[in-house]
Design a binder for this molecule. Structure first.
Ligand SMILES: [Zn+2]
Ligand SMILES: [Zn+2]
Length: 382
């Protein structure tokens, strides 16, 4: 089987590896679709930051080259001992974040703060491979919801978005602003709209704003890189809003978020900037604004709802994730454009079994023609 194996900065190799054997509690999955995100792009460009290439991971004890991929699902093809509730042929989505179930964090319903937390595809082998091993306790059967392989791969990023949504304590009828319609922001727009909120999406890219409107945003505000989007948003919204989701990680966007939010409103920080940012504590204190963080997801609380949200969009997700790339194109057409800040699509899927680009489920075959634009070809050639 073929796998995308991370060896270090700018060093991902497509290797032929033996099919692994599932251990106690594990499922062996045939992976037809796995997503990539900014974490993978950063690790490829400037890592190893998280991946335990040079020293053993304290929990997994894994050290060395690592199969990437933390957004995946697949068909169950084999079961290790002590697996209950799954059978061969089941289609599952995997949460990738693994918790012990026994520590104080897990018992408090916050398995994302487990003492022994680790992530498949980062701290140990993941899903950018023909066959992946995943603990059954971290998998959810999604075939019954009508999902297919490509949609199953979207459940993990949707669960990240849904967890962030809940951190904002958004209520139906509230107005929410989403700053940045990327791989988390797009799912957040959809989840917030489905929750009954009035959603304003803000991005620099008109194509992404068009997708945001298709996902349920009631207004799309095109940001100008040289000025704050706050006045535009306040104009559209008719005043400060209940919740701002800051997904870009840009320092100026956090400042703008604090200008958009109403007294007693919430700003949820999702995007991770490279450096600490100064913030206006006076504004936060005197308006009783709550600035809250969000970390991954809680499998037990968020994952099944995320799968239902992915399943609930009748037209599918081909505007967000139009194609699946073969492993050989992971770097030039997947990670490199993300590093350059010029990705061609909101979510890029990889099919470890494909030999050429294929349309993702629900996509029209003609959409492949637009995959590599002339400008992107120049970037790849650089
Ligand atoms: Zn991710
Ligand atoms: Zn735990």
């Amino acid at each position: 089987m073929r796998a995308a194996v991370y060896h270090g900065a700018r060093d991902i190799r497509i290797e032929n590896l033996p099919v692994p054997v599932p251990g106690p509690g594990d499922l062996l999955l045939k992976v037809r679709s796995a997503g990539i995100c900014g974490t993978d792009a950063l690790e490829w460009d400037r890592g190893p930051i998280l991946t335990p290439v040079d020293q053993p991971h304290p929990v997994t004890e894994h050290q060395g080259p690592t199969i990437l991929g933390h957004e995946f699902g697949g068909r169950v093809v084999d079961l290790g001992p002590e697996v209950d509730g799954f059978g061969a042929g089941d289609l599952v989505a995997c949460v990738a974040g693994i918790s012990c179930g026994a520590c104080a964090g897990c018992k408090a319903g916050t398995s994302n703060f487990c003492d022994r937390y680790f992530t498949l595809g980062i701290d140990g082998h993941g899903g950018l491979v023909g066959y992946a091993v995943a603990p059954s306790a971290a998998c959810l059967e999604v075939g019954r919801l009508g999902l297919d392989d490509d949609r199953a791969a979207l459940v993990q990023p949707m669960s990240v978005a849904l967890h962030a949504l809940r951190q904002g304590e958004l209520r139906p009828g509230d107005t929410a602003v989403v700053l940045g319609v990327g791989g988390v922001g797009a799912f957040l727009v959809y989840a917030a709209a489905q929750h009954g909120a009035d959603v304003l999406a803000v991005d620099l890219d008109p194509a992404r704003l068009a997708v945001a409107e298709a996902l349920g945003a009631s207004a799309a505000v095109r940001a100008d890189p040289d000025s704050s989007p706050a006045s535009g948003v306040l104009g559209y919204a008719g005043g400060p809003v209940a919740v701002v989701y800051e997904v870009t990680g840009a320092p100026a966007a956090l400042t703008a978020a604090l200008e958009m939010v109403r007294p007693r409103g919430r700003v949820v920080g999702i995007g991770l900037g490279a450096h600490p940012v100064p913030i206006d504590m006076r504004r936060i204190t005197l308006r009783e604004i709550r600035l809250v963080g969000t970390r991954a997801q809680v499998f037990e609380a968020d994952f099944a709802d995320a799968a239902s949200l992915v399943a609930s969009r009748p037209q599918g997700w081909s505007d967000v994730a139009p194609i699946a790339l073969p492993l050989d194109q992971l770097v030039p057409d997947g990670l490199l454009p993300m590093v350059k800040g010029r990705p061609e699509r909101i979510k890029t899927l990889i099919d470890p079994w494909a030999t050429a680009i294929r349309p993702a489920s629900g996509a029209r075959a003609g959409s492949i023609d637009r995959v590599v634009s002339p400008s992107l070809e120049r970037v790849i050639a650089e």
